[in-house]
Design a protein around this ligand. Sequence first.
Ligand SMILES: Cc1cc2nc3c(=O)[nH]c(=O)nc-3n(C[C@H](O)[C@H](O)[C@H](O)COP(=O)(O)OP(=O)(O)OC[C@H]3O[C@@H](n4cnc5c(N)ncnc54)[C@H](O)[C@@H]3O)c2cc1C
Ligand SMILES: NC(=O)c1ccc[n+]([C@@H]2O[C@H](COP(=O)([O-])OP(=O)(O)OC[C@H]3O[C@@H](n4cnc5c(N)ncnc54)[C@H](O)[C@@H]3O)[C@@H](O)[C@H]2O)c1
Length: 481
Amino acid sequence: MNENAADFDLIVLGAGSAGLGLSLFMARIKQRVLLIDLTAEDVGGDCLNHGCVPSKALIHASRQVHNARQATQFGLQVSGAADMGKVMDYVQGRQDIIRHHENPDYLRGLGITVEIGRPRFVGDHAVEANGQIYTGRKLVVATGSRPRQLDVPGADQVELYDNQRVWDLRTLPQRLLVVGGGPNGVELGQAMQRLGAQVTMVHRGEAILENEDPAIRAVLAERLRAEGLTIHLEAEVEAFTSASQARIKPKSGDSFAVDFDLVYVAIGRHVSFEGLQLEMAGVEVDDKGHIKLNEHLQTTNSDIFVAGDAANSLKFSHGAELHVRMLLFNFFSPLKKKLSYDHFSWVTFTDPEVAHFGLDAAELDKRGTAYERWETSFADDDRAVVDSYRDGHLLLFIEKNALPLPGRKRRILGGAMVAPGAGELIQELILANTSGLGISELFDKVYPYPVAARINQKLIVDHQDVSPLLQTALDVAFKLQ
Ligand SMILES: Cc1cc2nc3c(=O)[nH]c(=O)nc-3n(C[C@H](O)[C@H](O)[C@H](O)COP(=O)(O)OP(=O)(O)OC[C@H]3O[C@@H](n4cnc5c(N)ncnc54)[C@H](O)[C@@H]3O)c2cc1C
Ligand SMILES: NC(=O)c1ccc[n+]([C@@H]2O[C@H](COP(=O)([O-])OP(=O)(O)OC[C@H]3O[C@@H](n4cnc5c(N)ncnc54)[C@H](O)[C@@H]3O)[C@@H](O)[C@H]2O)c1
């Protein structure tokens, strides 16, 4: 097409984390942007409407309730149960604040053309929505992902909840069955248990948060069990035998029954491009229905890209942000960046939080990278002692230099932490990881006592060996002064 004749410089399908990030930047630098979403209420995507924001607000409320109960050890009298209506009012109130700057009118005020309707491709640079055809120089599919459904016998007789509808609850279920022990299941499961539900979790994998290192995830599992959650590992819902009973099948052993008042399904996400008519734009999908992409998130139509969950890689709001940054760079540069997760991080907002960054042991082994595994428990950390989180754990993968030349940096290749506020505590480690700083930069810092982040330095200090040569040099140097 004659690119200058296009109606828009950029057309974005989907106004979630990815779509908003792209549209806002492009509009800011005076490009003509068309952003299309299905309904006005969908603007903001899963993160605002059904994911990050409501789940973190629920976690906040549940932490207040939990902390109040913890304070009874100091003589405070706490009685009564959490009022789910009030909890959800709080959750919705937080969403409403963010909606002030994530809604069609606000975006239109910034110069973005926002169309509400169901789009479909009608040509290699053209989409149709509400009977109108729009052309764009570049187009991005940012239509997100959907919760996987639990398809087992008897499911039709049960009202299954997932992250799309759980925020409408007004009463706390007494017995909650959570299916899936990934980040979604553990975050919501712990929050509901703390609010007063009795939570049973049924998880297919051998451990909750399977993507985490065993030393890290074990701490969380123990804490969840100590708070009263029942966790069945290597187990699945075999069938629902009534509207309030599930039959659970463990990998080994006999099936057993679990009674519930409500089921929350958190078994992952899938992508779907139904109705988009991708074939009209020459955008090919593979046999699993995923759009074929190269390392620039470019489809088989070189002017059409995919961003966010729709790309079917790591599904995080800041994963969408990573995609957006790369696409924006590539839109304006003859040198193209490739998608890389080498410095990616994520946080599961349980208590304690589980934070993860850079490359893990499996990836380092796969790449044949030489590394050392350094780890420490928080048992003897002063701050952990006074604040009672001695079960915390920090793990770092440190570059191993075959030739330890003087001045050569030993970089932090990756790591993980489980501790209250771990997501904040690892930020300096992430900075070191992304900027290629060596461990000496952390070693040289003087941390105010007793900030929790001192643990980052402690791990490094604890691993400083004094070689016989250095020992001799120190002895001589001291005697000379
Ligand atoms: C319970 C839960 C908690 C989460 N918590 C976190 C967290 O704490 N931190 C984090 O980083 N990530 C979190 N995530 C993941 C995060 O929500 C997603 O990765 C993120 O929203 C993906 O952004 P996206 O733009 O790709 O998709 P979405 O945000 O889902 O946006 C896609 C948009 O496309 C629209 N759309 C769909 N189909 C069409 C169509 N055919 N045409 C036009 N528009 C369409 C949708 O209406 C939607 O608005 C959480 C997810 C869940 C489920
Ligand atoms: N803090 C965060 O950043 C955050 C929080 C919640 C969700 N998310 C994102 O949202 C997405 C969805 O989260 P999720 O936890 O649903 O997905 P997930 O795929 O990460 O975990 C789902 C888990 O459910 C298990 N499972 C699958 N089928 C099952 C079955 N039939 N019975 C029992 N267990 C089963 C799997 O083994 C898997 O570990 C993820 O991509 C995640 O990254 C992020």
